[in-house]
Design a protein around this ligand. Structure first.
Ligand code: BGC
Length: 432
């Protein structure tokens, strides 16, 4: 777009609309906290709720646990197998890790193909690192909504993050893995625990830090777990002693009481799991780039950006969907170069060649708006979880957070901290 005063004014108005679409005021966020709390209570009571509030059969560690363990971490297209020794006193040895990449047919084909591939990788790992004849205990981190029935069994409720392997939903994933181990001759491995990645994150940090009582993932998907008193888990049917606690997997990605804009609604309508994982679709790495892309495409359609040379993937064409990855958003948010040259290179590679500096500034501002809203929603949900445990914030809380959005998206953590302070005041400093 040529930089005439009239054009600048038009561009400002168009951007103002998008800002409005992605804006959440303090009072909106307080509304999110209130609704989140209600949904948590309903989920814990076994009522209808977008928060599943799944008992995990796991409590925080004491830090004194010892032994050698194998862990299998499956939650996206990259997966890892590792062996680690816990030495007590909150200390652990350096893990031995092997990484693998799942292909599309593993993720969307028959479930047996997925589990057979995992079993094959396990065989490779044991060939390299296993000690012959020694039985090993395995922790299986399976990062999807699972209705646990014991610490070592649970049924997949639904797939998320574009997984759709057949014959897994409604089945015990530990049994499916065990059968695949049988088919591939992996013996001497006991699958002794099934955990969500948030639970693994919480427990790993709590092993060395007794204040850690929340685990959060802000990556391809998003979710959180926290430690709850069993007496407050109204749907719990087992017995428990006074003061006993358990980690609860909230599956917060499915929280659905959020103010949505037209880009959110479009994204949901064209997703694999329409109507589900609404919070995840506003917050996680799988979707942030697409939200920014849709908003920028709107500006391009109105001639407010890329008017000179074409908009590349920033169009309404179905083939362009999801091509603006959240990683590109991170590169743009990181760009400190003069005239935003790095942003220009990213845009060139995406077909929006020859962008003007003004185009690049607009793209960056949209990325900031999308990031800011995601961080603010995450902060409101986190604040609700912490206040559920400790309404006056009388204690310290360490939150263990992992995932590419939190770790790699410039400004995300800062936006989240600002929102926590806005919602909790000076008491926010009790949250580490
Ligand atoms: C899954 C959660 C998981 C989160 C982060 C979500 O899509 O439903 O179980 O914890 O992604 O990996």
């Amino acid at each position: 777009m040529k930089s005439t005063p009239k054009n600048r004014k038009l561009q400002k108005t168009a951007l103002g609309k998008i800002e409005n679409d992605f804006n959440l005021s303090t009072s909106d966020l307080r509304g999110v906290m209130r609704d989140f709390r209600l949904e948590m209570e309903r989920g814990l009571a076994g009522g209808k709720s977008s928060l599943k509030m799944i008992p995990t059969y796991v409590d925080s560690p004491t830090g004194r646990e010892r032994g050698e363990f194998v862990a299998l971490d499956l939650g996206g297209t990259n997966f890892r197998i590792l062996e680690i020794s816990l030495e007590g006193g909150g200390r652990s040895g350096k893990p031995r890790i092997m990484k693998f990449v799942l292909k599309k047919h593993h993720v969307t084909g028959a479930g047996s193909e997925l589990f057979d591939f995992i079993a094959e990788c396990m065989r490779k790992f044991l060939r390299k690192y296993g000690a012959a004849g020694r039985r090993l205990d395995l922790g299986f981190t399976f990062s999807f909504p699972v209705k646990q029935t014991a610490v070592d069994s649970g049924e997949l409720v639904c797939w998320t993050k574009d997984f759709s392997a057949r014959g897994v939903v409604g089945h015990d994933v530990v049994a499916l893995l065990g059968e695949a181990f049988g088919r591939k001759g992996v013996d001497l491995v006991n699958i002794s625990a099934l955990v969500n990645d948030t639970v693994g994150t919480l427990v790993a940090k709590a092993y060395e830090d007794a204040y850690c009582d929340v685990g959060v993932i802000l990556g391809t998907g998003t979710n959180a777990c926290y430690r709850e008193s069993l007496s407050r888990v109204k749907k719990w049917r087992g017995s428990f002693s006074k003061g006993a606690g358990m980690i609860i997997n909230t599956e917060w990605g499915n929280f659905n009481r959020l103010k949505l804009n037209k880009y959110d609604r479009y994204l949901d309508k064209h997703s694999e799991n329409r109507g589900f994982q609404i919070l995840e679709k506003t917050v996680s790495g799988m979707y942030l780039g697409e939200l920014a892309r849709l908003a920028i495409a709107d500006l391009a359609g109105a001639g407010s950006v890329f008017a000179v040379h074409g908009a590349g993937i920033f169009t309404e064409a179905a083939g362009a969907a999801r091509l603006f990855k959240s990683e590109y958003m991170s590169e743009i948010l990181e760009d400190r170069s003069r005239g935003l040259r790095i942003t220009g290179r990213v845009l060139d590679a995406l077909g929006a060649r020859g962008s003007t500096e003004s185009d690049r500034r607009v793209v960056r501002i949209v990325c900031e708006m999308v990031r800011r809203r995601a961080a603010r929603i995450s902060a409101a949900a986190l604040a609700a979880v912490v206040l559920k445990m400790d309404g006056r914030l009388a204690r310290r809380h360490t939150i263990a957070i992992d995932g590419s959005v939190f770790e790699k998206m410039p400004g995300f953590e800062a936006d989240m901290r600002l929102a926590l302070a806005e919602l909790l005041g000076p008491r926010a400093s009790r949250i580490r």
